[in-house]
Design a binder for this molecule. Sequence first.
Ligand code: HSE
Length: 440
Amino acid sequence: MAEKTVKIGLVGFGIVGSGVAKIILEDNDEIAVRTGLRLELACVVDKDITTARVVSLPDGVLTDDVDQLLNDDSIDIAIELVGGTTFAKDLQIKMLQSGKHVVTANKALLAKHSTELCKIAAENNKCIAFEASCAGGIPIVSAIRTSLAGNNIEAIYGIVNGTCNYILSNMTTKNEDFETALKQAQEKGYAEADPTLDINGGDSAHKLIILSSLAFGYELKLEDVYVEGIEGIAKADINYGGEMGYILKLLAIGKKDSDGKVSLKVKPSFIAKDDPLAKVDGSFNAVSIFGSAVGQVTFYGRGAGMMPTASAVVADVIEVGLGNSEKSFRATSLKPREQVLPLIKKIGNTLSRFYIRMMVKDQPGGLASYSRVLSKHDISISGVLQHEGSGPDNTVPIVITTHLVRQQQITAAMEDMKNLDVVSGKPVCISIVDMPEDTD
Ligand code: HSE
């Protein structure tokens, strides 16, 4: 097979950038044999051109001058691994306007500005490829785009933030507290520079927007996602949920009903212990997709880190080099925003089961009072757990699971519950997510 060479420029020689350079420089011959494409790393740009990395670049490749890349007309593909949404946005625009296809891992930028960036790409007959932006090394973007193209995608359930999954896993299996687990996740390099975006669910929301836009064919925006993070999660709730057969995960959930209505949520969620997602531990990511033809498919792998993310970046470089990304980029047309807006479901209208934990005074009438509140809001109890023995101030923890209710019913019931004399402090309320049945 005749070999084709593509010239590549990379901006951002940090952790992922070094991994990308390492693959291109060390595995180029094998890649050329497998794909017919030879990758030539022509230019690597970074502010820091002195610190040693995991790979040494050939002389003359490393520079701190981005114009060297932008002004080189022989460069076909520009990789943006800078991160952030300001400098990186200007940079991607300049890359496109100087006639280069863009490959990026920048989920925050795409979640906020993909409409504008894709328009600029189209005007310049270029494409933007972003496999590495969601779930690191898991090829989920290409799976949605190509392998699952014969399906109407009905739902996405994703564990797409390794930091949160690492924290929740360690709280569950090692009985660690939140702060200890977060510190370890930071030390291991899973967390964003500012871990707030990990733990408040923002990073998962970025990835959910990217995946759901592609899966459902809608122009979606961050404001469409209801987001709750894991900051307030107590070990006690992980333990009580565990007693009732559930594991706690931060789930990013996108669902499209048969009438086209879409709901998007990032929430700490209890899932059944035997669901494939319940077994995803540590910093691993996993995404379950429910397709009209295929049923449930679950993708599992490393969602962050140098080489897994570099794997996705290089895959995109190859797909762009072969001309495949450009074709699928051109073919993607999302339902425009004004038509999508009436199809976004408000969180209050979405249905879920719930786990509720309250500290209730251990005295006659406690059970009667809270069950009256639930009954008033038409909430049916599915299970109750109360151990003998008292908590602080003669209280006892009571855990209730509900049948399916609307979020707005639970919110109203929690307000009433808080005001009951027998209830001490604020009740805890966490969704229970039952995956759709996929039976023969
Ligand atoms: N901070 C992210 C995570 C990195 O923890 O998953 C990958 O996007």
